[in-house]
Write a protein that binds this ligand. Structure first.
Ligand SMILES: [Zn+2]
Length: 272
């Protein structure tokens, strides 16, 4: 059976569960476990340890409760995620529940393909039912003075800009609604590969021409988490908000606390 939920359909292991080739059970770890746990949490099931990617006794219990609630779809209450269980979960979360709208602006096209950057950004947030919509894409036409001014952004990354190069740069894109995030791709920043700081009330982030493929997802994370979220960077190397932004072997995740805050941001609109 093909999975339809945007949360599950990109996960190779869950695809195998859905085709009855393998199961997910107590003792398993990894992103597929994380995705199932997050789905259970979003459906209101109790998981004290959150979506930690570890299939322990709490997850087994929650799966059993879930199976009891859908006896027709799942014949056996065994706490094992088999084809029938994943299919039932999949059907309950068939679409995205939130969306984040992005306007992309280019001073300089990034060296990493834009499709890869967008796909990676979508992949991170799809795990949580959040759809990333690119609503516009525009090359910024600069005059001579602006070109030399914005050749390299020297301003350090900060939460708020009310002066300096970054402020001038972001002033070029503030005509967009404050419920959408502007992402400006620049040639080079002196001190960062991306920065989620922006002019107050105008959500935006800056990404330089040489990002890693997860940088836009990370910077958009900063915008959505806002200055009030602590810690700014996660200590978990699997988390998209880890400071090193290295190339993760698996899709980077969000913590429950980060997810709650992100879903409350005005740019994260509920669509279902
Ligand atoms: Zn950061």
């Amino acid at each position: 059976m093909d999975l339809i939920s945007p949360r599950f359909k990109g996960n190779e292991y869950l695809k195998k569960v859905a085709s009855n080739a393998v199961v997910l059970e107590r003792g398993n770890i990894g992103n597929s476990v994380h995705l199932v746990q997050q789905a259970l949490l979003d459906l209101g099931y109790n998981l004290p340890s959150g979506s930690d990617g570890v299939f322990g006794s709490d997850t087994e219990k929650a799966i059993k409760v879930f199976q009891k609630n859908i006896p027709k779809a799942v014949p056996k209450i065994d706490g094992i995620v088999n084809e029938a269980t994943i299919s039932a979960l999949d059907k309950l979360l068939p679409t995205y529940e939130y969306c984040v709208r992005l306007n992309l602006f280019f001073i300089h096209r990034p060296q990493v393909s834009l499709n890869i950057l967008m796909d990676c950004t979508k992949e991170v947030y799809a795990q949580y039912g959040i759809r990333i919509d690119k609503v516009s894409e525009k090359d910024l036409v600069l005059n001579k003075v602006q070109k030399s001014r914005f050749f390299t952004i020297s301003t350090a990354c900060d939460w708020e800009y009310n002066k300096g190069e970054a402020f001038q740069l972001l002033s070029l894109v503030i005509s967009y609604p404050s419920s959408e995030i502007s992402t400006v791709f620049i040639r080079k920043a002196k001190t960062y590969s991306g920065c989620g700081g922006h002019i107050t009330g105008h959500p935006a982030c800056i990404v330089d021409a040489n990002p890693n493929k997860w940088t836009p997802a990370h910077e958009i994370g900063h915008v959505l988490l806002t200055e009030s979220f602590s810690p700014v960077h996660s200590g978990n190397t699997k988390n998209i908000m880890h400071s090193t932004q290295t190339y993760y072997p698996l899709t980077p995740i969000l913590s429950n606390k980060q997810l709650i805050q992100i879903r409350q941001h005005p740019c994260c609109t509920k669509i279902r």
